[in-house]
Design a protein around this ligand. Structure first.
Ligand code: SF4
Length: 191
């Protein structure tokens, strides 16, 4: 018996496989940002993106399951050519599936993506996002973060004006509530 199994036995814990709740799909390494902390080394020059053929294979597989949530991540998942196609196909499935977009927010105000907020709202997609530290002290120390924070705030404002309510925002070392307090004055969004 290995140590893991032994510890479970000592703690009287039995592990059983549960029902799959979420299918998380990494659609590629293409991203509009190049964060130093990125664990997949994503960036604008990365070529690894999911093809439509692979998207179709995933949908075919998913259709034979009852997994209720599809969670799209990257890179910036919005940048693959078939991002909207992927979501539309998932949303067409029976039973209905919930879709999460792991969004860096700044992509929503980039040229070529400015109508994406409306699409995501129409498809009832939930956005999960994070922001860099927003404090003035932090910005003075790390000036390069300012355009990213500004872009993120513009995107949040845009999402709120689109009627978007499925939005969860985190910051690197804080709680979503802290961040929501800060941006609360920007909009009437229901965080
Ligand atoms: S936004 Fe996310 S995916 Fe893109 S470079 Fe930064 S950490 Fe990586």
């Amino acid at each position: 018996m290995n140590r893991f199994a032994q510890t479970l036995r000592e703690q009287s814990i039995s592990l059983r496989r549960g029902r799959a709740e979420i299918l998380q799909v990494n659609v590629g390494k293409l991203c509009n940002l190049t964060c130093v902390h990125c664990h997949v080394n994503a960036g604008p020059k990365r070529k690894e993106i999911m093809t439509r053929e692979t998207v179709d294979r995933i949908i075919d597989w998913l259709a034979n399951t009852e997994i209720p949530t599809v969670d799209l991540t990257g890179g910036a998942p919005e940048m693959i050519p078939d991002f909207r196609y992927f979501i539309e196909r998932v949303r067409d499935l029976e039973p209905l599936r919930h879709v999460i977009d792991r969004c860096n927010l700044t992509i929503l105000v980039e040229d070529g993506y400015k109508d994406l907020a409306g699409f995501l709202a129409d498809e009832k997609v939930e956005i999960i996002a994070s922001m860099p530290c927003y404090s003035a002290v932090c910005h003075r120390r790390r000036m390069s973060l300012r355009p990213i924070t500004n872009g993120s705030c513009k995107s949040i404002s845009k999402l709120c004006s689109t009627g978007f309510t499925r939005l969860r925002i985190f910051r690197s070392a804080g709680s979503p509530l802290t961040c929501a307090t800060t941006i609360g004055s920007m909009s009437t969004c229901n965080f």
